[in-house]
Design a protein around this ligand. Structure first.
Ligand code: ADP
Ligand code: MG
Length: 361
């Protein structure tokens, strides 16, 4: 629970107390100086008799006293009020961190000014929303995974139970099917490992973007895949226009690699895989074109979701985990770009765009 600091020990009291002491000292000292200088001046002129002189001195003293008290009062009040406004958001932040500590996700702390306290609160609010979205992503992954795990495990135990209780005679087909399910389980366990990777890409903000010539980074990815393509005897062609883009290099290379990996994996003929990079209005568009199983219109969105694999790829013994395109989408969106697929007559064009930087800026 948030422990309320006693007023006399609080920052507000301390700051106000220090201020009142300083202001009072300054006012009293200057009033003292004014009083004595004025009295001496009037006395040295010598135009007043004794009683007029002492009337003048007591009147001046009264005025200065009233002035002192009013100044100290107004100064203290103003200081108290301003400090209180400054401290208020800090108090809200303390309450908010308490809620965070006890496992909740507090509402963003309100702040009005953009001074250092405002900036601190704004950073704190960003941190909470980042934490919240990380937890939601993780929860979703765990529930996706356990959902995916349930099917092969219940198939396996169902078959094994039926064999054990003599309901079915195990034959080669059944062993095949059991084997397939065990492979599926193995793949799912590999996915758990890969989740770390998705988690990594999901939390990256890609703030460290830099202006760079995109050609060399696409070329780097092509060079990396050259050996695998050569081994699979699939020609890899490219036509890349040069362009200066502001990107996170590691991120963009990851996207291109995921697309090249898929093209290699799901390619069904030995015709070339083409990689294109070209300016496209306000964007730069990179695409990887390969021949393979046509992707039905209703699946063209789903393949970019985590763990989604098309039916034929699901049954494949080897292969990915359905995370490659999800990771690519995550990264492209953090560059304010778009990603998609155009599929017709067994030609699949996976494309993504990166907005060109504003050269006027
Ligand atoms: N170039 C491609 N040609 C045909 N199908 C593809 C291609 N790229 C991706 N796919 C389909 O999209 C699905 C999701 O791809 P991805 O997210 O990379 O997962 P994974 O490759 O691990 O299965 C694949 O399982 C596959 O069915
Ligand atoms: Mg893949």
């Amino acid at each position: 629970m948030f422990q309320k600091t006693p007023f006399f020990k609080g920052l507000l009291f301390r700051l106000t107390f220090i201020n009142i002491t300083m202001v009072s000292l300054a006012i009293i000292l200057s009033s003292f100086a004014i009083y004595h200088t004025a009295c001496l001046l009037v006395e040295s002129i010598g135009s007043l008799d004794q009683s007029a002189q002492s009337r003048f001195e007591s009147l001046l003293f009264q005025y200065l006293l009233i002035f002192c008290l009013i100044s100290i009062f107004i100064g203290s009040f103003l200081h108290f009020y301003l400090t209180k406004n400054l401290i208020k958001p800090i108090r809200s932040m303390i309450i908010s961190t308490e809620e965070l500590k006890s496992g909740g996700y507090p509402e963003p702390v309100a702040y009005s000014s953009n001074n250092e306290v405002g900036q601190l609160i704004s950073q704190y609010n960003d941190l909470i929303s980042q934490l919240k979205s990380n937890t939601q992503t993780r929860d979703k992954m765990i529930s996706d995974l356990s959902h995916e795990l349930r099917t092969p495990v219940s198939n396996l135990s169902g078959y094994l139970y039926a064999i054990k209780s003599g309901d079915i005679d195990p034959d080669k087909a059944i062993y095949d099917s059991l084997y397939q399910e065990s492979i599926r389980l193995k793949r799912l366990i590999t996915q758990i490992d890969q989740l770390k990777e998705l988690d990594y890409f999901a939390v990256q903000n890609y703030m460290d973007k830099q202006r760079t010539e995109i050609t060399e980074h696409i070329q780097h990815c092509l060079d990396t895949f050259k050996w695998s393509y050569d081994s699979a005897k699939i020609p890899l062609e490219s036509s890349i226009q040069s362009c200066n883009l502001k990107v996170n290099i590691e991120g963009i290379q990851q996207v291109i690699s995921n697309l090249l990996d898929n093209a290699l994996h799901y390619h069904q003929t030995d015709s070339a895989v083409k990689v294109k990079g070209e300016e496209h209005g306000e964007n730069y568009r990179i695409s990887v074109i390969s021949q393979g199983e046509e992707i039905a219109a209703n699946e063209q969105k789903s393949i970019f979701e985590r763990f989604y694999r098309m039916d034929q790829s699901r049954t494949k013994e080897s292969g990915g985990s359905g995370l490659g395109l999800a990771i690519a989408k995550e990264i492209v969106e953090k560059h304010n770009g778009e990603i998609g697929v155009i599929s017709s007559e067994n030609v699949n064009e996976f494309w993504f765009t990166i907005p060109k930087p504003n050269y006027k800026a």
